[in-house]
Design a protein around this ligand. Structure first.
Ligand SMILES: NC(=O)c1ccc[n+]([C@@H]2O[C@H](COP(=O)([O-])OP(=O)(O)OC[C@H]3O[C@@H](n4cnc5c(N)ncnc54)[C@H](OP(=O)(O)O)[C@@H]3O)[C@@H](O)[C@H]2O)c1
Length: 223
């Protein structure tokens, strides 16, 4: 999927102002989007570096405001907290950048038993939203370090997965705009192919390479 268009979502809301949330905020502001940034402890406790850096391009928000007022929402919080996310208006596109780390998140039986995927858990919690998995399999710093303009040779690729084709296309456009070749891997249920421990998780791959890694991924339990 090559889009080379600009994502029309003006206000990008980001839940989480840590490693990944700050990097997505930088990319969004660089590409002319306004950022609503929030954390768990309230706007007064947002990291000052990113607020200063983004200046007029960022609004310090509560999680509730971010969810309600953004055109598109990015979830960049530890998986353990996903049930704390307020319900967005019906149809909102919600990008899930999260991963499952049992040491950090606690044991989640459905994931341990490979009965679901992290983004399907989020979709179940937000039934009216259109969840798209993206930006989960790249180290946060590489989001700015590896970004290249569309058409660059050997450009890094990142997957998109989601149950709503239009939402997937919108997020693919954003991935392209931010500096990466989008690789559409289909529905949320395919998201396990780029979760922790799979060949496509973390290293830099072009679209052709990532396509192979996604197909090489294996689940260890029998279904
Ligand atoms: N780090 C990476 O390189 C990377 C790359 C790809 C994907 N990811 C995934 O992205 C997620 C976040 O990782 P991270 O490294 O960015 O974490 P982090 O640096 O620990 O930051 C977590 C952020 O989430 C906020 N938060 C926690 N619960 C919240 C809630 N209920 N509502 C709003 N904000 C909340 C925290 O706010 P407070 O500080 O106020 O609690 C903090 O700003 C994880 O699932 C991780 O696996 C990380």
């Amino acid at each position: 999927m090559r889009t080379h268009r600009k994502c029309t979502m003006a206000k990008i809301g980001i839940l989480g102002a840590g490693n990944i949330g700050k990097q997505i905020a930088r990319l969004a502001a660089t590409h002319g989007h306004h950022v609503l940034l929030s954390n768990s402890r309230g706007p007064q406790n947002l990291p000052f570096d990113i607020i200063l850096e983004l200046g007029q391009n960022v609004t310090r928000s509560t999680a509730q405001e971010t969810v309600a007022e953004s055109d598109l929402l990015v979830v960049a919080i530890p998986l353990a907290n996903y049930t704390q996310i307020p319900q967005p208006p019906a149809g909102k596109i919600v990008i899930d950048a999260g991963n499952y780390y049992p040491d950090r998140d606690g044991l989640i039986p459905e994931l341990e038993e490979e009965r679901t995927t992290t983004s399907e858990l989020l979709q179940t919690h937000l039934p009216q939203a259109r969840v798209v998995k993206a930006f989960n399999h790249i180290p946060a710093l590489a989001l700015t370090a590896d970004a290249q303009p569309p058409g660059s040779q050997n450009r890094r690729a990142l997957i998109v997965a989601g149950d709503d084709p239009e939402a997937r296309m919108t997020v693919a456009t954003l991935v392209d705009e931010f500096g990466f070749d989008p690789l559409d891997i289909g529905q949320l249920a395919e998201g396990w192919r780029v979760e922790r421990g799979t060949p496509g998780y973390l290293p830099r791959f072009t679209k052709t390479e990532l396509t192979h890694k996604v197909h090489e991924a294996k689940r260890y339990r029998t279904h």
